[in-house]
Design a protein around this ligand. Structure first.
Ligand code: NAD
Length: 351
């Protein structure tokens, strides 16, 4: 089977999805984007087109759980493969509204799988998460680390992985590449795309950026009593542009053969919350204020990838570091102090 040329991207207006669209447009793919804009805005896709200097082939506002609407998109376009980003992703929120998380993340994935199957599409790149490893202790986590999700978000991603693995075991026509991201962060170097959640950011970097620009008073550090060198939680931050480059490489490998393949995406090095605050302070040229508060339910002390398997399999490795992520996130925040909503709608291209 040859590499796909028309790719349907779910959640293509989101943080990682929008960067992926730029990367795939830059590499000649035809894109169909579906998004319900529950955590994004259509404006993002105008910016994607502006950066890429090309149009997204088609854009649909729909909920992936709406199989009717999704099916109509597959009827209209000849889709070779799907990159599935659409999901709810906030750990804290998932502990408050678990049903919504299972419905969107698991229900959305099974709805997508059904529609794909009905249309003879069996190639999928799936966004999973390091959160499935849960409280696995310190040290690098490889893909064989047992999953022990500690919150509904992580459990929803692990449930999706199990469903996808079972489907691949039973139906030899499927190829699923499951990418367990550690902590994608940063922004597009143009400053036009970045992380701009519709609600209060639950990820650290956009929160720090909003403090740096003066939208929030101080960073809340959730727990300084973890068994880590400075007591704050350690994560493996991966530049969003490195993250999406891995997806472009993944699409090339969908042709390798059927089955499910699972890879960690990370840099293999941990940074604490205070490391991020300090590095961002350097990027923006002033100290970022912070206060230590109680641990957040569902959080764990440390999650750092052993990401060597994906390098061995595909030759992909990240090339950007935490300073690059902070610099790019700060550029995005400076150019878009109130995010996408606060900026003028100025399409540069005519459709
Ligand atoms: N950002 C991270 O730190 C991180 C880490 C690990 C895994 N992931 C996974 O990566 C994927 C993308 O994450 P992101 O950071 O870009 O999130 P995001 O919220 O920025 O993007 C998700 C997009 O999906 C859309 N969406 C949500 N529910 C939908 C639905 N029912 N139908 C259609 N569209 C819907 C949202 O509007 C948004 O545009 C998610 O699956 C997430 O779980 C993210």
């Amino acid at each position: 089977m040859s590499a796909p040329s028309t790719v349907l991207v779910t959640g293509g207006a989101g943080f990682i999805g929008s960067h992926a669209c730029v990367e795939l447009l830059d590499h000649g793919y035809e894109l169909i984007v579906v998004d319900n804009y529950s955590n994004s805005t259509p404006q993002v896709l105008t910016r994607v087109e502006r950066i890429a200097g090309r149009f997204v082939g088609a854009i649909y506002e729909l909920d992936i759980r709406d199989r009717h609407a999704l099916s109509a998109v597959f009827d209209r376009h000849s889709v070779d493969a799907v990159v599935h980003f659409a999901a709810r992703k906030a750990v804290g929120e998932s502990t408050r509204m678990p049903v919504e998380y299972y419905d969107t993340n698991v229900g959305g994935t099974t709805a997508l799988l059904r529609v794909m199957h009905e249309h003879g599409v069996h190639q999928l790149v799936f966004s999973s998460s390091c959160s499935i490893y849960g409280d696995a202790g310190s040290g690098l986590l490889d893909e064989a680390t047992p999953a022990r999700p500690t919150n509904p978000y992580a459990a929803s991603k692990w449930t999706c992985e199990q469903i996808l693995a079972d489907v691949c075991r039973r139906c030899p026509e499927y190829t699923v590449l499951c990418l367990r991201y550690f902590n994608p962060a940063g922004a597009h170097p143009s400053g036009l795309l970045g992380e701009d959640p519709c609600r209060t950011p639950e990820n650290l970097m956009p929160y720090v950026a909003q403090v740096a620009i003066g939208r929030r008073e101080r960073v809340r550090v959730f727990g300084a009593d973890y068994p880590t060198p400075d007591g704050t939680a350690i994560r493996d931050y991966l530049h969003v542009v490195d993250t999406v480059e891995a997806h472009r490489v993944a699409l090339d490998h969908l042709a390798d053969g059927p089955g499910m393949y699972v890879y960690n995406l990370g840099v293999g090095m941990g940074s604490s919350v205070l490391d991020v605050v300090a590095t961002f302070s350097e990027a923006c040229g002033r100290p970022i204020p912070y206060e230590v508060t109680a641990r957040r339910p569902g959080d764990v002390a440390e999650l750092v990838a052993d990401a060597t398997a994906v390098t061995r399999a595909w030759g992909w490795r990240p090339s950007r570091d935490l300073a690059d992520m902070c610099r790019d996130a700060w550029r995005f925040q400076q150019l878009n102090p109130y995010g996408y909503a606060g900026s003028a709608r100025r399409p540069n291209l005519k459709r």
